[in-house]
Design a protein around this ligand. Structure first.
Ligand SMILES: CC(C)(COP(=O)(O)OP(=O)(O)OC[C@H]1O[C@@H](n2cnc3c(N)ncnc32)[C@H](O)[C@@H]1OP(=O)(O)O)[C@@H](O)C(=O)NCCC(=O)NCCS
Length: 186
């Protein structure tokens, strides 16, 4: 059997056609109400994080063509307080794809629901989603094809974050193994 035949017969290594960034880019919009506030009277950060996860999950599902689960959420930044009566727009796109995971970048914008003033950016986040099969096992994702210079910059920056995530995880695992070998229980 040739290498080519092996590849064609093996769904684990066969090429999956790529998809452009715009094919899955999504905006989720929501008006903030009293039910969304914290004890200070502004919008609870967890409410924004839920919207971020929802929007990013929709993008990951669209890009990968099936279920995808949140593997990590990092660099969630809250830049300005969000208020009751704000119309919040959560804009998400696939920044980068690996074998079975995707980084989704999210920008959160807010504007007064009844005023024609420009929206301001109030937050941002980067999430990693893993595409999973019916058994919850990771499955291959189509490579994302950046379309604009901005998409390309985001792709390159996502690769830097990926490298740092893996290095941090590896360093922590190595430290834990070393401590266990030295007899520490935790
Ligand atoms: C995410 C999950 C599917 C990963 O499964 P796993 O058996 O560890 O599989 P792998 O190690 O092969 O990881 C799969 C991919 O996810 C990436 N990944 C896994 N954990 C990650 C993390 N913490 N941060 C970033 N990426 C991660 C891997 O790098 C890999 O990407 P790649 O194939 O593009 O290189 C599994 O941990 C899981 O199901 N977690 C629960 C997810 C969930 O329920 N989310 C909702 C929270 S309520």
């Amino acid at each position: 059997m040739t290498d080519q035949a092996t590849t064609a017969a093996d769904p684990g290594t066969a090429e999956i056609p790529g998809k452009p960034t715009s094919a899955s880019r999504t905006t989720l919009s929501h008006i903030m109400t009293q039910a969304d506030t914290n004890l200070l009277g502004t919008v609870h950060g967890g409410v924004i994080m839920k919207l971020v996860d929802d929007a990013a999950g929709a993008v990951a599902g669209r890009h990968s063509g099936g279920p995808a689960v949140t593997a990590s959420m990092d660099e969630m930044a809250f830049l300005e307080p969000v208020r009751v009566g704000d119309l919040v727009h959560v804009k998400a796109q696939v920044n980068w794809t690996g074998r079975t995971s995707m980084e989704v970048g999210v920008r959160v914008l807010a504007e007064r629901w009844n005023e024609s003033t420009p929206a301001t950016q109030v937050g941002s986040a980067y999430l990693v989603f893993a595409a999973v099969d019916a058994d919850g096992k990771p499955r291959r994702v189509p490579p994302v094809h950046p379309e604009t210079e901005r998409d390309e910059r985001r792709y390159q920056e996502a690769q830097i974050r990926r490298t740092h995530r893996l290095a941090r995880r590896r360093a922590i695992m190595e430290l834990r193994e070393k401590r266990a070998a030295e007899g520490f229980e935790d």
